[in-house]
Design a protein around this ligand. Sequence first.
Ligand code: AMP
Length: 300
Amino acid sequence: MSVLIVGSTALDSIKTPKAENPRLLGGSASHAAVAASFFAPVKLVGVVGQDFPKRYIELYRRHKVDLEGLQVLPGKTFHWSGEYEINMNNRRTLATELGVFETFNPRLPAAYQDSSFVLLANIAPSLQSHVLTQMRRPKFVVADTMDLWLNIALPDLLKLLKRVDGFVLNDSEARQLTKEDNLLTALKKIHKLGPKYVIIKKGEHGAILSTRNGGLFLSPAYPLHRVVDPTGAGDSFVGGMMGYLSTAKGSLDDNIRKGMIYGSVVASFCCEGFGLKFTTRITRRAIDDRFKELDKLTRF
Ligand code: AMP
C-alpha cells in the first residue's frame, strides 16, 4: 500500500533567533513525504521550477519517493521565508513567492489514480479538490490547511471538507474557522462541515482527535530539550500518521491513535534540525525507539 501526497514542494528560507538558513528543501508535501516514507512507499504530486537543486531530487529518491507526479516547469520554485520569535512558537511569514505554483495544474499519472491513502497536504483547497477529482476510489482521504486559505479561499475549503474523511488543522485555525474558543465545541462544528475524523494540532502540547460518533483521543508531543526549527512539524505529523495507517492491518478506528503517536514522533525529529536536515538522517528504528519512550511516558 502506498500513500499519495499532494502539497507544496518549496525552497524555504528560515530565520530563528540563533541562525539563518536560506533555500532549504521545504514545503508541506516534502515534509509529509519524507515522514511517510519511513512507513510506506510515497507517490508525490507537486511542482518545482528549473532552479530546483538536483540534490533535493536525489534526497526524495533516497527516500524512495515516486516522482512521476512531480512537474518541473520553466520558472522559479515556490519560495517561502519565515522568522521565528525567541520562544520558537510564534512565526512570521516574511515572503511567499509563488513562482511555478501560480500556474500549477496537478495532473495525476495513471499509476497514482488507484491510491487508497491520500494526503492533501497544505496547498490551495481548489488544487486539493482537483487532485481528489482525479482519484478512483480512495479508502481514506485526509486534508490539511493553513490560515491563509481560511482568509482567502474559504468557500473552496468548505467544498473540499464535504469530500474528505479526515481534516487536520491547528488550534488557532480551528477557532478561526468555527468562531469558537472552546475546542470541543469547535470540533463538533467541524464535523458538521463533513469530515468524520478531525485532528486539532496544538504544537508542543500535542494533538486532539475527535471522531464523529463522539470519540476523543489526546495524543502527546514528545518533549524536546531543544527546538532548532519547528517548520514542517505539522506536515511531518500528518505524513507519519498517513504512512503508518497505509500499512497497518485492521480498522482505521483502531489504528488512527497509534498513527498519531507515530506522527508525533516523526514531528519531534523534524524540530531538531533546520528544514528536513534531521528528519532525513533518522531511521525507522530510531522512530520505533522514540515511539516506545513516548508510550512509557504516558502510561499510568
Ligand atoms: P508548517 O510548519 O507545518 O506550517 O509548514 C511549513 C511549510 O509550509 C513550509 O515548508 C512552507 O514551504 C510551506 N508553506 C508556507 N506557506 C505556504 C502556502 N501558502 N502554501 C503551501 N505551502 C506553504
